[in-house]
Design a protein around this ligand. Structure first.
Ligand code: GDP
Ligand code: IMO
Ligand code: MG
Length: 457
């Protein structure tokens, strides 16, 4: 299928993240000129497998493995410069040219060591009884977004002006060190190895943060850009752009299982605000959807199975699907496909098409259960309710479908899928009400079935 020019596609996760966005973004980049991250930070972990070689990306858009494709980090991303430079160095070591192709918005808020300290210390406090632990990635994401919304964040552009940077940093440390020591009692907490060089007596030290940031500023400077302007110009020149979502719709700060969510909007609409392009520039929204469900961290998960008991479907998903987080290495919780959750996702994203991933993981299960709705306080509901409290009371209503014994690994033609795999996919399509555009049958870039190429739809 040939793609047309001047088309822009948004890729979003439709569940709780780790749906396989990285693989699909990399695949789609064959027909894209630029890939844009618009939210989140290095809490993301996107895996690309190209001819058997695995690459994990956290901040750099998943277009970087295609020579010539430009990569953009939009204003909606919270940026740890240290982690970005580490990731660039890793890719360069593997022979991938990054710096000439990466453009970073000057408006990105920075993630600094005190954000990480706050994130870690708050999770400890929650564990000790002040609220319930969220199970964050401990990367400082939430505290960095808080500073942005409170209008006091240090942004990429501040790195160009040492005095301005120093003044704002001193003010921020004044506030955050007070919270760290007086409220979170960090003097007696182990905040972890990675923070050791910045922290003394529970406080983050100005000099350590400032001198590191100033050294990094020089490396970052040539990549700093007005990303909004560059994207609008690329579009005017007929470029195909791909907007790469991180996390997933149920982790969205408004539409997800609040408060067990991340601190950004992960839905497709935020591609516009988080990159600085008008919503009319977004032509197609592809929802990446695992053929079952997984979740890392805390929070309700109506179709969750026992995934630790050998011999059970949940254990099958966990082991065959190798369900371990790319960022933190934590095991992902596993459960049946939830079509009522997907309907919520389709609604808040305006999905044009679905890409079902990891179909191959279900090979060999004798029967599959598909959640089509719930009983909530005795009443039947067909759409995931809003927020963790109601969601945690949902009892799933399942439809049972037959499984298949044949292997689907590596299948690239829809007609070659087992009859029962097609029945499963077609049932999902019907209940969710969104057409299936693509199906993924292994981690490898090439093992992808295309029914509708999003760039030419
Ligand atoms: P992302 O965060 O959405 O990019 O997804 P992750 O990379 O965190 O997790 C998805 C995992 O599933 C990765 O290990 C991928 O290599 C793998 N994966 C992606 N698509 C498929 C597929 O169709 N089949 C199998 N077996 N694995 C897949
Ligand atoms: P990708 O892009 C899965 C989860 C964390 C935690 C919650 C809040 O790879 O799909 P945060 O550190 O963001 O404040 O943590 O969100 N989380 C993810 N889960 N995939 C991700 O990204 C995630 N990014 C954050 O586990 O439950
Ligand atoms: Mg991931």
């Amino acid at each position: 299928m040939k793609a047309s020019k001047g088309r822009n596609v948004v890729v979003v996760g439709t569940q709780w993240g780790d749906e396989g966005k990285g693989k699909l973004v990399d695949w789609l980049t064959e027909t894209a000129d630029g890939v844009v991250r618009f939210q989140g930070g290095h809490n993301a972990g996107h895996t690309l497998v190209i001819s058997g070689v695995k690459t994990a990306l956290h901040l750099i858009p998943s277009g970087i493995m295609r020579p010539g494709v430009k990569c953009y980090i939009g204003n909606g991303v919270v940026l740890s410069v240290s982690k970005l430079l580490e990731e660039i160095a890793g890719l360069e070591k593997a022979g991938v040219e990054v710096k000439s192709r990466l453009r970073i918005s000057e408006a990105c808020p920075l993630i600094l060591p005190f954000h990480v300290a706050l994130d870690v210390a708050r999770e400890v406090a929650r564990e000790q009884g002040i609220g319930e632990k969220i199970g964050t990635t401990g990367r400082g994401i939430g505290p960095a977004y808080e500073d942005k919304i409170a209008r006091r964040a240090l942004r990429v552009q501040d790195l160009k002006y040492p005095e301005r940077f120093a003044t704002k940093l001193a003010d921020l440390l004044d506030l955050h060190n007070h919270v760290l020591t007086s409220y979170l009692k960090t003097e007696s907490l182990a905040l972890g190895e990675s923070l050791a060089k910045y922290v003394k007596n529970g406080q983050v030290m100005f000099d350590a943060v400032y001198s590191e940031a100033m050294a990094q500023a020089e490396i970052l400077r040539p990549m700093m850009a007005d990303v909004s302007r560059e994207l609008n110009e690329a579009h005017a020149n007929g470029a195909n752009l791909l907007f790469e979502g991180a996390q997933g719709t149920l982790l969205d700060v408004d539409h997800g299982t609040y408060p067990f969510v991340t601190s950004s909007n992960c839905v497709a609409g935020n591609a516009s605000a988080g990159a600085g392009v008008g919503p009319g520039m977004l032509h197609y929204v592809l929802g990446i959807t695992k053929a079952y469900c997984t979740r890392v961290g805390g929070g309700p998960f109506p179709t969750e199975l026992d995934w630790q008991q050998p011999g059970t479907p949940g254990y099958h998903m966990s082991t065959v699907g190798a369900e371990k987080g790319v960022t933190t290495g934590r095991s992902r919780r596993c459960g049946w496909f939830d079509a009522a959750l997907l309907k919520r996702s389709a609604q808040v994203n305006g999905l044009s098409g679905l890409c079902i991933t990891k179909l191959d993981v279900l090979d060999g299960l004798t029967e599959l259960q598909l959640c089509t709705g719930y009983r909530l306080d005795g009443e039947a509901v067909d759409l995931l309710p809003m927020g963790a409290d109601d969601i945690s009371r949902c009892v799933p209503i399942y439809e049972v479908l037959p499984g298949w014994t044949e292997s689907t690994v590596g299948v690239t033609n829809y007609d070659q899928l087992p009859v029962n795999a097609k029945r499963y996919l077609e049932r999902i399509e019907r209940v969710v009400g969104v057409p299936i555009a693509m199906v993924s049958t292994s981690p490898d870039r090439d093992h992808t079935i295309v029914l509708q190429q999003p760039f030419s739809a």
